[in-house]
Design a protein around this ligand. Structure first.
Ligand SMILES: C[S@@+](CC[C@H](N)C(=O)[O-])C[C@H]1O[C@@H](n2cnc3c(N)ncnc32)[C@H](O)[C@@H]1O
Length: 259
């Protein structure tokens, strides 16, 4: 626990060392949510500041209409913490939870990631239990929330099972770049203006291909991603730009109907 009275003023976990204020760790609602995340996994990743950002992003998105999506759920740490924090059963939103629930799909790994040893790492994470092997324990974890919709299988193949046209929050955490970018491409037109998108590994040490993929996406969409000291990336879905003067309501030539 953060306790300035006892001189515990330095946060030094999860690759982040900071003397800045982290009293969020003393907040009871934060502590309850964090503990629910630990319960989902069975151990503590010590990623308090990342979870703090995730809870802030989710609470901010909860001011908007729309459903929530997580791509990359694993045992369900962050999504369980969010559902506890927002008292999920009191609302009527769906939380879509997408994962293979058996590690990454080698089909959707980039050459650069493959060359960097991502498949060996995946095997190691499955063997040591960091990655969940099978969906059953995950279903049990989320059974207290009937509006959690678990979608099992590989992204991007499973994305069309997200049957919502209004999404307010997305957490992307697949630990590999191509399906992360594919997910954001798919979700972008379904996001409500102001929707909050949190990228778990955008700036995290050792995951640069994900940053490069998301930077390309952001350039195309003319949006900016904030690089956070936690290793996360944060962006907001802006409203669609109005068409430039004189171009409104002109259909593309290929779709024009001539009477
Ligand atoms: C770091 S974990 C997610 C952690 C989770 N967000 C949490 O709060 O603990 C990454 C997850 O991405 C999943 N994954 C990787 N590639 C995938 C793909 N192409 N389709 C679906 N799931 C994938 C893995 O199975 C793994 O569970």
């Amino acid at each position: 626990m953060h306790n300035p009275e006892l001189g515990e003023v330095v946060y030094d976990r999860d690759g982040l060392r900071s003397v800045h204020n982290h009293e969020f760790m003393d907040d009871l609602a934060f502590q309850r949510a964090y503990a629910r995340g630990v319960q989902a996994v069975g151990w503590d990743y010590q990623w308090h500041w990342r979870v703090h950002v995730g809870l802030w992003a989710a609470a901010t998105a909860a001011q908007l209409p729309g459903d929530f999506v997580e791509c990359g759920v694993n045992h369900g740490f962050l999504s369980s913490a969010i559902m506890n924090y927002l008292d999920w059963n009191r609302g009527d939103r769906t939380f879509y939870l997408l994962d293979t629930f058996q590690g990454l799909d080698p089909k959707y790994v980039s050459d650069r990631e493959r060359a960097g040893g991502i498949l060996d790492k995946n095997r190691e994470l499955l063997d040591n239990g960091f990655y969940v092997s099978g969906v059953e324990s995950v279903r049990r974890n989320f059974s207290e929330w009937p509006k959690a919709k678990i979608i099992e299988g590989s992204i991007p193949e499973t994305l069309p099972q997200i049957d919502s046209g209004a999404i307010a929050f997305v957490h992307i955490d697949l630990n590999c770049s191509p399906p992360e970018v594919a997910a954001l491409e798919f979700l972008w037109p379904r996001l409500v203006p102001g929707a909050v998108i949190l990228l778990d590994d955008y700036a995290y040490n050792g995951y640069r291909p994900q940053k490069l993929g998301m930077d390309d996406f952001a350039r195309q969409k003319q949006v900016a991603i904030a690089s956070l000291p936690t290793g996360q990336g944060l962006l907001i879905r802006p409203p669609d730009r109005p068409p430039a003067p004189g171009t409104a309501a002109v259909a593309p030539a290929a779709t024009m109907v001539i009477f």
